[in-house]
Design a protein around this ligand. Structure first.
Ligand code: TYD
Length: 214
């Protein structure tokens, strides 16, 4: 049975590890799984990713940034995600359209309705069946991502923290607007217990889809 699951959340919430564990668990129960990520996941997408994430590209305009994320998205949807779903795979994607709404929209203040129209164009209207929000306090996530001790943390720009708080508030609004699609997972505990919560959320959604399918 095909299923499209996306993972969202702040930096350092452990998405990569959890996607790997979920892939293994789904394989073990006989599902075919394709795990990918945004921006990236295709040759063209990876080229766009390196343009987007290059720290030297300080002059990048917010609209150019948004278009590049969505160019990579259009490519991965057409080249990877739609074909995999058509073949009956479960597709796991590390970030998807909600990241654009949270980061470019809520975070950088771009017009949400314009972003929604652009996302509709880039994805051809493909929406996830389930979106897992891996939730940890912003400061914990940034600290994990930096891999640094308390001393290093003290030098972190407060602006960076407040930007990520705004992004998180944006995610909370997205979740509130579409509660049936989202599942929020508290990621403060041990890796294994977070994994079990994720497996349970996926199994629940699979069961719902089985019941909805005539
Ligand atoms: P990445 O190194 O993949 O980080 P993470 O492990 O947190 O996913 O970098 C992706 C960055 O790009 C991350 O900061 C979120 C951001 N992003 C956007 O701003 N808009 C988008 O549409 C997407 C897909 C990602």
């Amino acid at each position: 049975m095909s299923l499209f699951i996306t993972f969202e959340g702040p930096e350092g919430s452990g998405k990569t590890t959890q996607i790997r564990l979920l892939t293994e668990a789904l394989h073990a129960t006989g599902h075919s799984v394709l795990a990918t990520r945004e921006p990236g996941g295709t040759r063209i997408g990876n080229a766009v990713r390196s343009v987007l994430l290059d720290p030297e590209h300080v002059e990048m305009s917010p609209r150019a940034e948004t278009l590049l994320f969505n160019a990579a998205r259009a490519q991965i949807v057409d080249q990877v995600i739609r074909p995999a779903l058509a073949e009956g795979h479960i597709v796991l994607c590390d970030r998807y359209a909600d990241s654009t709404l949270a980061y470019q929209g809520y975070g950088h203040g771009q017009e949400l309705d314009e972003l929604r129209a652009l996302i509709e164009y880039a994805t051809g209207g493909l929406k996830p069946d389930l979106t897992l929000y891996l939730d940890i306090p912003v400061e914990d996530g940034l600290r994990r991502k930096l891999g640094a001790g308390a001393e290093e943390w003290n030098r972190l720009d407060a602006k960076q923290v407040s930007f990520h708080e705004t992004v998180r508030d944006g995610y909370m609004q997205l979740i509130a607007a579409e509660p049936a699609r989202w599942h929020r997972i508290d990621c403060r505990g041990p890796i294994e217990s977070i994994h079990l919560k994720i497996v349970q959320a996926v199994e629940t959604r699979l069961q719902q889809i089985r019941e909805e399918t005539p």
